[in-house]
Design a protein. Structure first.
Lengths: 273, 331
Protein backbone atom coordinates (compact mmCIF):
# COMPACT_ATOMS: atom_id res chain seq x y z
CA UNK A 1 0.00 0.00 0.00
CA UNK A 2 1.35 3.36 -0.96
CA UNK A 3 2.58 5.29 2.05
CA UNK A 4 0.82 8.44 0.98
CA UNK A 5 -2.19 7.02 -0.77
CA UNK A 6 -5.50 8.82 -1.25
CA UNK A 7 -7.11 7.06 1.71
CA UNK A 8 -4.67 8.54 4.13
CA UNK A 9 -5.07 11.96 2.60
CA UNK A 10 -8.83 11.58 2.82
CA UNK A 11 -8.61 10.56 6.45
CA UNK A 12 -6.20 13.30 7.29
CA UNK A 13 -8.41 15.83 5.59
CA UNK A 14 -11.43 14.44 7.38
CA UNK A 15 -9.66 14.81 10.69
CA UNK A 16 -8.43 18.25 9.89
CA UNK A 17 -4.88 17.14 10.43
CA UNK A 18 -2.12 18.84 8.56
CA UNK A 19 -0.84 15.86 6.67
CA UNK A 20 2.07 16.57 4.37
CA UNK A 21 2.63 13.88 1.79
CA UNK A 22 5.93 13.07 3.44
CA UNK A 23 4.47 12.69 6.89
CA UNK A 24 3.25 9.12 6.85
CA UNK A 25 6.55 7.87 5.50
CA UNK A 26 8.54 9.98 7.93
CA UNK A 27 6.35 8.73 10.72
CA UNK A 28 6.72 5.21 9.47
CA UNK A 29 10.48 5.55 9.45
CA UNK A 30 10.54 6.78 12.99
CA UNK A 31 7.72 5.02 14.76
CA UNK A 32 7.23 1.94 12.66
CA UNK A 33 9.82 -0.34 11.27
CA UNK A 34 9.38 0.20 7.58
CA UNK A 35 11.65 -1.37 5.04
CA UNK A 36 14.42 1.05 4.13
CA UNK A 37 16.91 -1.43 2.90
CA UNK A 38 19.75 -1.17 0.45
CA UNK A 39 19.98 -3.52 -2.49
CA UNK A 40 22.77 -5.83 -1.49
CA UNK A 41 23.54 -9.38 -0.57
CA UNK A 42 23.71 -8.88 3.19
CA UNK A 43 20.49 -9.16 5.17
CA UNK A 44 19.62 -5.60 6.19
CA UNK A 45 17.69 -7.03 9.15
CA UNK A 46 20.77 -8.99 10.24
CA UNK A 47 18.83 -12.09 11.17
CA UNK A 48 20.70 -15.30 11.97
CA UNK A 49 17.88 -17.16 10.20
CA UNK A 50 18.24 -15.40 6.88
CA UNK A 51 20.42 -18.04 5.21
CA UNK A 52 17.93 -20.72 6.25
CA UNK A 53 15.06 -18.63 4.90
CA UNK A 54 16.84 -18.10 1.64
CA UNK A 55 17.56 -21.80 1.21
CA UNK A 56 14.04 -22.84 2.20
CA UNK A 57 12.08 -20.43 0.03
CA UNK A 58 14.25 -19.36 -2.87
CA UNK A 59 16.77 -22.16 -3.43
CA UNK A 60 18.87 -21.09 -6.40
CA UNK A 61 16.65 -18.24 -7.57
CA UNK A 62 17.96 -14.69 -7.66
CA UNK A 63 17.17 -12.74 -4.48
CA UNK A 64 17.53 -9.00 -3.95
CA UNK A 65 16.75 -6.87 -0.93
CA UNK A 66 14.61 -4.18 -2.43
CA UNK A 67 13.21 -0.96 -0.99
CA UNK A 68 10.34 -1.26 -3.45
CA UNK A 69 8.88 -3.91 -1.17
CA UNK A 70 7.50 -1.88 1.71
CA UNK A 71 6.61 -3.77 4.85
CA UNK A 72 4.85 -1.65 7.46
CA UNK A 73 4.59 -3.22 10.89
CA UNK A 74 4.77 -1.93 14.46
CA UNK A 75 8.25 -1.85 15.94
CA UNK A 76 6.76 -3.39 19.07
CA UNK A 77 3.70 -5.61 18.87
CA UNK A 78 1.25 -4.72 21.61
CA UNK A 79 -0.75 -7.87 20.94
CA UNK A 80 1.36 -10.80 19.69
CA UNK A 81 -1.86 -12.57 18.68
CA UNK A 82 -2.82 -9.82 16.29
CA UNK A 83 0.13 -8.08 14.67
CA UNK A 84 -0.85 -5.83 11.76
CA UNK A 85 1.36 -5.88 8.68
CA UNK A 86 0.84 -3.96 5.45
CA UNK A 87 2.77 -4.92 2.34
CA UNK A 88 3.19 -2.84 -0.77
CA UNK A 89 5.19 -4.22 -3.66
CA UNK A 90 3.10 -2.52 -6.35
CA UNK A 91 6.06 -0.38 -7.44
CA UNK A 92 7.72 -3.51 -8.83
CA UNK A 93 5.09 -3.78 -11.54
CA UNK A 94 4.50 -7.34 -12.71
CA UNK A 95 4.51 -9.27 -9.44
CA UNK A 96 3.58 -12.95 -9.78
CA UNK A 97 3.46 -13.85 -6.11
CA UNK A 98 4.28 -12.44 -2.69
CA UNK A 99 5.37 -14.68 0.13
CA UNK A 100 5.08 -13.39 3.70
CA UNK A 101 7.13 -15.10 6.40
CA UNK A 102 8.54 -14.51 9.87
CA UNK A 103 12.08 -15.85 10.43
CA UNK A 104 11.67 -16.83 14.07
CA UNK A 105 8.11 -18.10 14.14
CA UNK A 106 7.71 -21.82 14.88
CA UNK A 107 5.69 -21.92 11.65
CA UNK A 108 7.55 -19.56 9.39
CA UNK A 109 5.22 -19.23 6.42
CA UNK A 110 2.35 -16.79 6.97
CA UNK A 111 0.70 -16.00 3.65
CA UNK A 112 1.23 -16.41 -0.09
CA UNK A 113 -0.58 -14.00 -2.36
CA UNK A 114 -0.86 -14.12 -6.15
CA UNK A 115 -2.01 -10.70 -7.34
CA UNK A 116 -3.25 -12.09 -10.65
CA UNK A 117 -5.14 -9.01 -11.80
CA UNK A 118 -4.50 -6.65 -8.90
CA UNK A 119 -1.72 -4.48 -7.52
CA UNK A 120 0.67 -6.29 -5.18
CA UNK A 121 -0.53 -4.49 -2.07
CA UNK A 122 -2.34 -6.08 0.85
CA UNK A 123 -2.62 -6.18 4.63
CA UNK A 124 -2.85 -9.01 7.09
CA UNK A 125 -2.66 -9.89 10.80
CA UNK A 126 -0.37 -12.53 12.18
CA UNK A 127 0.53 -14.25 15.40
CA UNK A 128 4.12 -13.96 16.58
CA UNK A 129 5.70 -16.38 19.01
CA UNK A 130 8.75 -14.21 19.61
CA UNK A 131 10.49 -11.14 18.22
CA UNK A 132 11.20 -11.71 14.56
CA UNK A 133 11.72 -10.12 11.19
CA UNK A 134 8.50 -10.15 9.20
CA UNK A 135 9.33 -10.26 5.52
CA UNK A 136 7.63 -10.06 2.18
CA UNK A 137 9.28 -11.57 -0.88
CA UNK A 138 7.78 -10.57 -4.21
CA UNK A 139 8.62 -12.61 -7.30
CA UNK A 140 8.56 -10.62 -10.51
CA UNK A 141 8.04 -12.03 -13.99
CA UNK A 142 11.81 -12.39 -14.50
CA UNK A 143 11.94 -14.87 -11.62
CA UNK A 144 13.77 -12.54 -9.22
CA UNK A 145 12.63 -12.43 -5.60
CA UNK A 146 12.52 -8.90 -4.17
CA UNK A 147 12.63 -8.92 -0.40
CA UNK A 148 11.55 -6.29 2.11
CA UNK A 149 10.97 -6.65 5.81
CA UNK A 150 10.83 -5.20 9.28
CA UNK A 151 11.72 -6.37 12.76
CA UNK A 152 8.82 -6.72 15.15
CA UNK A 153 9.60 -6.99 18.84
CA UNK A 154 7.11 -8.80 21.02
CA UNK A 155 6.83 -10.53 24.37
CA UNK A 156 5.52 -13.41 22.34
CA UNK A 157 3.52 -16.55 22.91
CA UNK A 158 1.21 -15.85 19.98
CA UNK A 159 1.50 -19.21 18.27
CA UNK A 160 1.25 -21.64 21.16
CA UNK A 161 -1.87 -20.13 22.72
CA UNK A 162 -5.18 -21.74 21.85
CA UNK A 163 -7.57 -19.46 19.97
CA UNK A 164 -10.24 -17.73 22.00
CA UNK A 165 -12.73 -19.26 19.61
CA UNK A 166 -11.68 -22.81 20.47
CA UNK A 167 -12.80 -22.10 24.03
CA UNK A 168 -16.27 -20.85 23.12
CA UNK A 169 -19.19 -22.33 21.26
CA UNK A 170 -20.01 -19.17 19.35
CA UNK A 171 -17.60 -19.57 16.46
CA UNK A 172 -19.16 -22.88 15.50
CA UNK A 173 -22.35 -21.09 14.51
CA UNK A 174 -20.45 -18.32 12.78
CA UNK A 175 -17.49 -20.19 11.25
CA UNK A 176 -16.32 -18.62 8.00
CA UNK A 177 -18.81 -15.77 8.32
CA UNK A 178 -17.39 -12.85 6.35
CA UNK A 179 -17.75 -9.14 6.99
CA UNK A 180 -16.44 -7.28 3.94
CA UNK A 181 -16.56 -3.90 2.27
CA UNK A 182 -15.12 -2.31 -0.84
CA UNK A 183 -13.72 1.23 -0.64
CA UNK A 184 -13.39 2.94 -4.01
CA UNK A 185 -10.35 5.16 -4.35
CA UNK A 186 -8.35 3.78 -1.46
CA UNK A 187 -4.81 2.46 -1.82
CA UNK A 188 -3.72 1.62 -5.35
CA UNK A 189 -7.25 1.59 -6.71
CA UNK A 190 -10.18 0.22 -4.79
CA UNK A 191 -9.62 -1.50 -1.50
CA UNK A 192 -11.38 -4.63 -0.33
CA UNK A 193 -11.22 -5.32 3.38
CA UNK A 194 -12.63 -8.46 4.94
CA UNK A 195 -12.86 -10.18 8.29
CA UNK A 196 -13.52 -13.89 8.53
CA UNK A 197 -14.71 -15.63 11.68
CA UNK A 198 -12.25 -18.47 12.14
CA UNK A 199 -10.24 -19.74 15.13
CA UNK A 200 -7.06 -20.17 13.03
CA UNK A 201 -5.58 -22.67 15.48
CA UNK A 202 -1.92 -23.36 14.80
CA UNK A 203 -1.85 -26.92 16.15
CA UNK A 204 0.88 -25.88 18.61
CA UNK A 205 -1.43 -25.47 21.62
CA UNK A 206 -1.68 -28.76 23.51
CA UNK A 207 -4.77 -30.72 22.51
CA UNK A 208 -5.92 -28.19 19.91
CA UNK A 209 -5.32 -29.44 16.37
CA UNK A 210 -4.36 -27.16 13.50
CA UNK A 211 -7.50 -25.61 12.07
CA UNK A 212 -7.02 -22.75 9.68
CA UNK A 213 -8.10 -21.11 6.46
CA UNK A 214 -6.06 -22.45 3.55
CA UNK A 215 -7.27 -20.64 0.47
CA UNK A 216 -9.01 -17.43 -0.50
CA UNK A 217 -9.94 -16.28 -3.99
CA UNK A 218 -11.39 -12.97 -5.05
CA UNK A 219 -13.14 -12.68 -8.41
CA UNK A 220 -14.84 -9.69 -9.97
CA UNK A 221 -18.41 -9.48 -11.26
CA UNK A 222 -17.40 -11.01 -14.61
CA UNK A 223 -15.79 -14.00 -12.96
CA UNK A 224 -12.22 -12.84 -13.51
CA UNK A 225 -9.89 -14.07 -10.79
CA UNK A 226 -8.19 -11.03 -9.22
CA UNK A 227 -6.28 -12.40 -6.24
CA UNK A 228 -5.53 -15.85 -4.98
CA UNK A 229 -4.16 -16.27 -1.45
CA UNK A 230 -2.87 -19.23 0.51
CA UNK A 231 -3.02 -18.75 4.28
CA UNK A 232 -0.97 -20.60 6.87
CA UNK A 233 -1.29 -21.21 10.61
CA UNK A 234 0.30 -17.95 11.87
CA UNK A 235 -2.51 -15.83 10.39
CA UNK A 236 -4.41 -14.30 13.33
CA UNK A 237 -7.71 -15.55 14.70
CA UNK A 238 -10.76 -13.99 13.01
CA UNK A 239 -8.35 -12.62 10.44
CA UNK A 240 -8.73 -9.28 8.73
CA UNK A 241 -7.25 -8.81 5.27
CA UNK A 242 -6.93 -5.79 3.01
CA UNK A 243 -6.49 -6.27 -0.73
CA UNK A 244 -5.91 -3.40 -3.12
CA UNK A 245 -7.80 -4.07 -6.35
CA UNK A 246 -7.89 -2.26 -9.69
CA UNK A 247 -9.82 1.01 -9.64
CA UNK A 248 -13.45 0.72 -10.63
CA UNK A 249 -13.50 -3.03 -10.00
CA UNK A 250 -17.01 -2.88 -8.58
CA UNK A 251 -18.46 -1.74 -11.94
CA UNK A 252 -18.85 -5.30 -13.21
CA UNK A 253 -21.01 -6.32 -10.25
CA UNK A 254 -20.41 -7.70 -6.79
CA UNK A 255 -17.03 -9.21 -5.92
CA UNK A 256 -17.01 -12.87 -5.03
CA UNK A 257 -14.88 -14.15 -2.15
CA UNK A 258 -14.42 -17.89 -1.98
CA UNK A 259 -12.17 -20.11 0.04
CA UNK A 260 -11.92 -23.06 2.39
CA UNK A 261 -10.18 -24.14 5.55
CA UNK A 262 -8.14 -27.30 6.16
CA UNK A 263 -11.29 -29.13 7.28
CA UNK A 264 -13.04 -28.41 4.01
CA UNK A 265 -15.40 -25.77 5.39
CA UNK A 266 -16.29 -23.29 2.67
CA UNK A 267 -16.04 -19.54 2.62
CA UNK A 268 -18.41 -18.02 0.08
CA UNK A 269 -19.65 -14.47 0.08
CA UNK A 270 -20.40 -11.64 -2.30
CA UNK A 271 -19.49 -8.02 -1.69
CA UNK A 272 -21.73 -5.37 -3.19
CA UNK A 273 -19.70 -2.45 -4.50
CA UNK B 1 73.00 -3.92 16.00
CA UNK B 2 72.11 -4.18 19.61
CA UNK B 3 68.65 -5.33 20.19
CA UNK B 4 67.80 -4.19 23.70
CA UNK B 5 65.40 -7.01 24.26
CA UNK B 6 68.21 -9.48 23.79
CA UNK B 7 70.15 -8.24 26.78
CA UNK B 8 69.47 -10.37 29.83
CA UNK B 9 68.88 -7.40 32.05
CA UNK B 10 66.28 -5.97 29.77
CA UNK B 11 64.65 -9.31 29.28
CA UNK B 12 64.31 -9.60 33.03
CA UNK B 13 62.90 -6.16 33.27
CA UNK B 14 60.41 -6.91 30.52
CA UNK B 15 59.47 -10.00 32.42
CA UNK B 16 59.11 -7.95 35.56
CA UNK B 17 57.03 -5.37 33.74
CA UNK B 18 54.84 -8.10 32.42
CA UNK B 19 54.19 -9.38 35.92
CA UNK B 20 53.72 -5.91 37.23
CA UNK B 21 51.26 -5.06 34.53
CA UNK B 22 49.46 -8.36 35.05
CA UNK B 23 49.13 -7.61 38.75
CA UNK B 24 47.99 -4.10 37.91
CA UNK B 25 45.49 -5.44 35.44
CA UNK B 26 44.19 -7.87 38.04
CA UNK B 27 43.86 -5.06 40.56
CA UNK B 28 42.11 -2.94 38.01
CA UNK B 29 39.68 -5.75 37.18
CA UNK B 30 38.98 -6.28 40.89
CA UNK B 31 38.48 -2.55 41.31
CA UNK B 32 36.02 -2.45 38.43
CA UNK B 33 34.12 -5.42 39.84
CA UNK B 34 34.05 -3.78 43.26
CA UNK B 35 32.85 -0.53 41.75
CA UNK B 36 30.09 -2.27 39.83
CA UNK B 37 29.03 -4.12 42.97
CA UNK B 38 29.16 -0.90 44.96
CA UNK B 39 27.13 0.93 42.37
CA UNK B 40 24.51 -1.79 42.31
CA UNK B 41 24.41 -1.66 46.09
CA UNK B 42 24.31 2.12 46.11
CA UNK B 43 21.57 2.06 43.51
CA UNK B 44 20.20 -0.91 45.47
CA UNK B 45 17.05 -0.85 43.43
CA UNK B 46 16.22 2.28 45.31
CA UNK B 47 13.18 4.11 43.98
CA UNK B 48 14.30 7.14 46.00
CA UNK B 49 10.72 7.71 47.11
CA UNK B 50 10.18 11.08 48.64
CA UNK B 51 6.60 11.81 49.73
CA UNK B 52 5.49 15.26 48.73
CA UNK B 53 3.06 16.96 51.14
CA UNK B 54 0.22 18.52 49.15
CA UNK B 55 -2.17 19.25 52.04
CA UNK B 56 -2.33 18.68 55.77
CA UNK B 57 -1.91 14.92 56.11
CA UNK B 58 -2.01 14.30 52.36
CA UNK B 59 1.10 13.06 50.54
CA UNK B 60 1.82 11.97 46.99
CA UNK B 61 4.67 10.19 45.26
CA UNK B 62 4.76 11.23 41.62
CA UNK B 63 5.94 8.57 39.18
CA UNK B 64 7.98 9.22 36.07
CA UNK B 65 6.19 10.06 32.84
CA UNK B 66 7.84 7.12 31.13
CA UNK B 67 7.08 3.61 29.98
CA UNK B 68 8.20 0.62 32.09
CA UNK B 69 11.96 0.19 31.88
CA UNK B 70 14.89 -1.36 33.70
CA UNK B 71 15.97 2.19 34.42
CA UNK B 72 12.83 3.29 36.29
CA UNK B 73 11.90 -0.05 37.84
CA UNK B 74 8.29 0.54 36.86
CA UNK B 75 7.95 3.72 38.94
CA UNK B 76 5.66 5.35 36.40
CA UNK B 77 2.41 5.85 38.29
CA UNK B 78 1.48 8.08 41.19
CA UNK B 79 0.82 6.72 44.66
CA UNK B 80 -0.27 8.58 47.76
CA UNK B 81 -1.33 8.36 51.35
CA UNK B 82 -3.61 10.20 53.73
CA UNK B 83 -2.83 10.39 57.43
CA UNK B 84 -5.87 10.39 59.70
CA UNK B 85 -6.14 10.62 63.45
CA UNK B 86 -5.59 6.94 64.06
CA UNK B 87 -4.17 5.46 60.90
CA UNK B 88 -3.01 5.84 57.33
CA UNK B 89 -4.91 5.27 54.07
CA UNK B 90 -2.65 4.21 51.21
CA UNK B 91 -3.73 4.82 47.62
CA UNK B 92 -2.03 2.39 45.24
CA UNK B 93 1.08 0.39 46.03
CA UNK B 94 3.27 0.71 42.93
CA UNK B 95 4.74 -1.79 40.49
CA UNK B 96 6.77 -4.16 42.68
CA UNK B 97 7.36 -5.60 46.12
CA UNK B 98 10.44 -3.38 46.45
CA UNK B 99 8.35 -0.31 45.64
CA UNK B 100 5.72 -1.34 48.18
CA UNK B 101 8.35 -1.87 50.86
CA UNK B 102 10.01 1.45 50.11
CA UNK B 103 6.63 3.19 50.08
CA UNK B 104 5.84 1.72 53.47
CA UNK B 105 9.22 2.84 54.80
CA UNK B 106 8.62 6.32 53.37
CA UNK B 107 5.26 6.47 55.15
CA UNK B 108 6.90 5.38 58.40
CA UNK B 109 9.37 8.26 58.08
CA UNK B 110 6.39 10.66 58.04
CA UNK B 111 4.10 9.10 60.66
CA UNK B 112 4.22 6.35 63.26
CA UNK B 113 0.51 5.56 62.67
CA UNK B 114 -0.35 2.14 61.23
CA UNK B 115 -1.68 1.57 57.72
CA UNK B 116 -5.38 0.79 58.15
CA UNK B 117 -6.56 0.77 54.54
CA UNK B 118 -4.58 0.02 51.37
CA UNK B 119 -6.54 0.82 48.23
CA UNK B 120 -5.88 -0.42 44.71
CA UNK B 121 -7.62 2.07 42.44
CA UNK B 122 -7.69 -0.41 39.53
CA UNK B 123 -6.10 -3.63 38.36
CA UNK B 124 -3.16 -2.33 36.32
CA UNK B 125 0.25 -3.63 37.42
CA UNK B 126 1.85 -0.26 38.19
CA UNK B 127 -0.84 0.28 40.83
CA UNK B 128 -1.11 -2.95 42.81
CA UNK B 129 2.05 -5.07 42.59
CA UNK B 130 3.44 -3.45 45.76
CA UNK B 131 0.58 -5.02 47.77
CA UNK B 132 2.85 -7.62 49.41
CA UNK B 133 4.45 -4.93 51.56
CA UNK B 134 1.17 -4.01 53.27
CA UNK B 135 -0.88 -5.89 55.87
CA UNK B 136 -3.08 -8.24 53.87
CA UNK B 137 -6.22 -7.38 55.87
CA UNK B 138 -5.87 -3.73 54.81
CA UNK B 139 -5.85 -4.47 51.05
CA UNK B 140 -9.05 -3.29 49.44
CA UNK B 141 -10.50 -2.58 45.99
CA UNK B 142 -13.70 -2.48 43.96
CA UNK B 143 -15.11 -5.96 43.23
CA UNK B 144 -14.27 -5.78 39.50
CA UNK B 145 -10.74 -4.70 40.34
CA UNK B 146 -10.39 -7.71 42.62
CA UNK B 147 -11.54 -10.07 39.88
CA UNK B 148 -9.29 -8.30 37.36
CA UNK B 149 -6.29 -8.88 39.62
CA UNK B 150 -7.34 -12.50 40.09
CA UNK B 151 -7.60 -13.21 36.36
CA UNK B 152 -4.88 -11.01 34.87
CA UNK B 153 -2.56 -10.31 37.80
CA UNK B 154 -0.04 -13.05 37.22
CA UNK B 155 0.26 -12.32 33.49
CA UNK B 156 0.91 -8.66 34.40
CA UNK B 157 3.46 -9.75 36.96
CA UNK B 158 5.30 -11.97 34.43
CA UNK B 159 5.29 -9.17 31.90
CA UNK B 160 6.75 -6.67 34.37
CA UNK B 161 9.59 -9.07 35.17
CA UNK B 162 10.34 -8.98 31.44
CA UNK B 163 10.09 -5.21 31.23
CA UNK B 164 11.86 -4.00 34.38
CA UNK B 165 13.97 -6.97 35.42
CA UNK B 166 15.33 -7.48 38.90
CA UNK B 167 13.44 -4.56 40.40
CA UNK B 168 10.62 -7.12 40.48
CA UNK B 169 12.48 -9.69 42.59
CA UNK B 170 10.14 -11.68 44.86
CA UNK B 171 7.11 -9.75 43.68
CA UNK B 172 3.99 -11.89 43.77
CA UNK B 173 0.39 -11.05 43.10
CA UNK B 174 -1.45 -10.33 46.34
CA UNK B 175 -5.17 -10.08 45.77
CA UNK B 176 -7.06 -7.60 47.95
CA UNK B 177 -9.91 -9.23 49.87
CA UNK B 178 -11.81 -6.23 51.16
CA UNK B 179 -14.49 -5.18 48.68
CA UNK B 180 -15.04 -1.45 48.55
CA UNK B 181 -18.32 0.27 47.73
CA UNK B 182 -19.12 3.78 46.66
CA UNK B 183 -19.97 6.14 49.51
CA UNK B 184 -18.85 8.66 52.07
CA UNK B 185 -17.53 7.53 55.43
CA UNK B 186 -15.04 8.32 58.14
CA UNK B 187 -11.90 6.27 57.64
CA UNK B 188 -8.97 6.62 60.05
CA UNK B 189 -10.73 9.68 61.36
CA UNK B 190 -10.85 11.34 57.92
CA UNK B 191 -13.88 12.33 55.90
CA UNK B 192 -13.40 10.13 52.85
CA UNK B 193 -15.66 9.54 49.86
CA UNK B 194 -15.19 6.76 47.36
CA UNK B 195 -16.55 6.92 43.79
CA UNK B 196 -16.94 3.63 41.94
CA UNK B 197 -16.36 4.60 38.32
CA UNK B 198 -14.93 2.90 35.25
CA UNK B 199 -13.87 3.36 31.67
CA UNK B 200 -10.10 3.29 31.96
CA UNK B 201 -10.63 -0.26 33.22
CA UNK B 202 -13.74 -2.16 34.28
CA UNK B 203 -13.51 -0.50 37.70
CA UNK B 204 -11.71 2.72 38.57
CA UNK B 205 -11.91 3.98 42.13
CA UNK B 206 -11.70 7.67 42.89
CA UNK B 207 -10.81 8.70 46.45
CA UNK B 208 -11.92 12.09 47.74
CA UNK B 209 -10.45 13.52 50.92
CA UNK B 210 -13.10 16.07 51.86
CA UNK B 211 -11.03 17.56 54.66
CA UNK B 212 -8.44 18.89 52.22
CA UNK B 213 -10.50 18.90 49.03
CA UNK B 214 -8.08 16.49 47.36
CA UNK B 215 -9.29 14.09 44.68
CA UNK B 216 -7.18 11.04 43.89
CA UNK B 217 -8.58 10.56 40.39
CA UNK B 218 -6.87 7.23 39.58
CA UNK B 219 -6.00 6.57 35.93
CA UNK B 220 -9.24 8.16 34.83
CA UNK B 221 -7.11 11.30 34.70
CA UNK B 222 -3.65 11.61 33.19
CA UNK B 223 -1.76 14.89 33.21
CA UNK B 224 0.49 15.67 30.22
CA UNK B 225 0.99 12.03 29.44
CA UNK B 226 -0.67 10.00 26.69
CA UNK B 227 -3.49 7.86 28.10
CA UNK B 228 -3.25 4.08 28.16
CA UNK B 229 -6.14 2.06 26.81
CA UNK B 230 -5.62 -1.71 27.13
CA UNK B 231 -8.93 -2.11 28.98
CA UNK B 232 -10.59 1.14 28.00
CA UNK B 233 -14.28 1.69 27.37
CA UNK B 234 -14.11 5.22 26.06
CA UNK B 235 -17.80 6.26 26.31
CA UNK B 236 -17.82 5.08 29.93
CA UNK B 237 -14.53 6.83 30.57
CA UNK B 238 -15.97 10.10 29.22
CA UNK B 239 -19.00 9.70 31.50
CA UNK B 240 -16.67 9.25 34.46
CA UNK B 241 -14.77 12.41 33.51
CA UNK B 242 -18.03 14.35 33.30
CA UNK B 243 -18.83 13.26 36.83
CA UNK B 244 -15.35 14.15 38.08
CA UNK B 245 -15.50 17.57 36.53
CA UNK B 246 -18.57 18.40 38.60
CA UNK B 247 -16.67 17.80 41.83
CA UNK B 248 -15.65 20.84 43.76
CA UNK B 249 -12.01 20.00 44.40
CA UNK B 250 -9.06 22.01 45.63
CA UNK B 251 -6.55 19.78 43.90
CA UNK B 252 -6.38 16.76 41.64
CA UNK B 253 -3.95 13.86 41.89
CA UNK B 254 -3.96 12.16 38.48
CA UNK B 255 -2.89 8.53 38.05
CA UNK B 256 0.05 9.74 35.98
CA UNK B 257 1.59 13.21 35.83
CA UNK B 258 1.77 16.17 38.18
CA UNK B 259 -0.80 17.28 40.78
CA UNK B 260 -3.02 20.02 39.42
CA UNK B 261 -5.24 22.65 41.04
CA UNK B 262 -7.88 22.94 38.34
CA UNK B 263 -9.65 20.60 35.94
CA UNK B 264 -7.21 21.09 33.04
CA UNK B 265 -5.98 17.46 33.22
CA UNK B 266 -9.60 16.27 33.04
CA UNK B 267 -10.27 18.44 30.01
CA UNK B 268 -7.02 17.28 28.40
CA UNK B 269 -7.91 13.65 29.07
CA UNK B 270 -11.37 14.15 27.56
CA UNK B 271 -9.97 15.93 24.49
CA UNK B 272 -7.37 13.20 23.97
CA UNK B 273 -9.87 10.36 24.25
CA UNK B 274 -12.24 12.14 21.89
CA UNK B 275 -9.49 12.67 19.33
CA UNK B 276 -8.32 9.07 19.71
CA UNK B 277 -11.72 7.49 19.14
CA UNK B 278 -12.62 9.84 16.28
CA UNK B 279 -9.29 9.17 14.60
CA UNK B 280 -9.61 5.41 14.82
CA UNK B 281 -13.26 5.40 13.79
CA UNK B 282 -12.62 7.48 10.69
CA UNK B 283 -9.52 5.46 9.84
CA UNK B 284 -11.65 2.32 9.90
CA UNK B 285 -14.54 3.99 8.07
CA UNK B 286 -12.13 5.19 5.38
CA UNK B 287 -10.80 1.72 4.67
CA UNK B 288 -7.37 2.04 6.23
CA UNK B 289 -5.48 -1.08 7.20
CA UNK B 290 -4.51 -1.34 10.89
CA UNK B 291 -0.80 -0.99 10.07
CA UNK B 292 -1.63 2.22 8.23
CA UNK B 293 -3.71 3.49 11.15
CA UNK B 294 -0.64 3.06 13.37
CA UNK B 295 1.33 5.47 11.21
CA UNK B 296 -1.27 8.24 11.30
CA UNK B 297 0.11 11.49 12.69
CA UNK B 298 -0.66 12.60 16.25
CA UNK B 299 -2.79 15.76 16.42
CA UNK B 300 -0.60 18.80 17.07
CA UNK B 301 -2.09 19.53 20.49
CA UNK B 302 -1.15 16.06 21.78
CA UNK B 303 2.23 15.66 20.11
CA UNK B 304 4.06 17.00 23.15
CA UNK B 305 2.42 14.58 25.59
CA UNK B 306 4.83 12.13 27.13
CA UNK B 307 4.80 8.84 25.19
CA UNK B 308 2.35 10.22 22.61
CA UNK B 309 3.42 8.07 19.67
CA UNK B 310 4.08 4.96 21.71
CA UNK B 311 0.68 5.04 23.39
CA UNK B 312 -1.11 5.93 20.16
CA UNK B 313 0.23 2.80 18.48
CA UNK B 314 -0.73 0.72 21.50
CA UNK B 315 -4.19 2.27 21.43
CA UNK B 316 -4.57 1.36 17.76
CA UNK B 317 -3.90 -2.26 18.76
CA UNK B 318 -6.49 -1.99 21.56
CA UNK B 319 -9.25 -0.02 19.88
CA UNK B 320 -8.95 -0.28 16.10
CA UNK B 321 -10.24 -3.88 15.84
CA UNK B 322 -13.64 -2.86 17.24
CA UNK B 323 -13.87 0.20 14.98
CA UNK B 324 -12.95 -2.03 12.07
CA UNK B 325 -15.62 -4.62 12.88
CA UNK B 326 -18.20 -1.87 12.82
CA UNK B 327 -16.88 -0.56 9.49
CA UNK B 328 -16.93 -4.07 8.02
CA UNK B 329 -20.36 -4.89 9.38
CA UNK B 330 -18.81 -7.88 11.16
CA UNK B 331 -20.17 -8.64 14.60
Amino acid sequence: MKPAHPARRTVCAALGIACAAALPLAAAGRVLAAAQVPQSGADPLDSSRWDDMRRAFFADAAVAFDTNVIVTAPFTAEDPLNVPVAIDAAALGDVREVLVFADFNPIVKVLRVEPLAAPAAFGLRLKLQQSSPVRAAARTADGVWHVGGAWVRTHGGGCTAPSLGSGSAEWQQRLNEVGARLWPGVGHGDRLRLRIVHPMDTGLAPGVPAFHIETLEITDGKGQLLVRAEAFEPIAENPVFSFDLPAGIGASGPLHIRGRDNNGNRIDTRVEP
Amino acid sequence: MIRPADTPMFAERTHMFRWLSLALLLKLVLLVIALIALRAQAAGFDYALSPQRIADGVYVLIGKKEDFSTGNGGDIANTGFIIGTDGVIVIDTGPSRRYGEQLRAAIARVTPLPVVLTINTHHHPDHFLGNQAFPSDTLAALPDTISGIETEGSAFNDNLYRLVGDWMRDTEVTVPRRRLLEGRQTIAGRDIELLALGGHTAADLVVIDHTSGTVFASDLVFNDRARTTPHADIPRWLDALARLERLNAQQWVPGHGAVHHDTAPIRQTRAYLGWLSRTLRSAAENGLDMAEAMSLPIAAEFRTLALAEHEFRRSVAHLFPAAERTALGSR
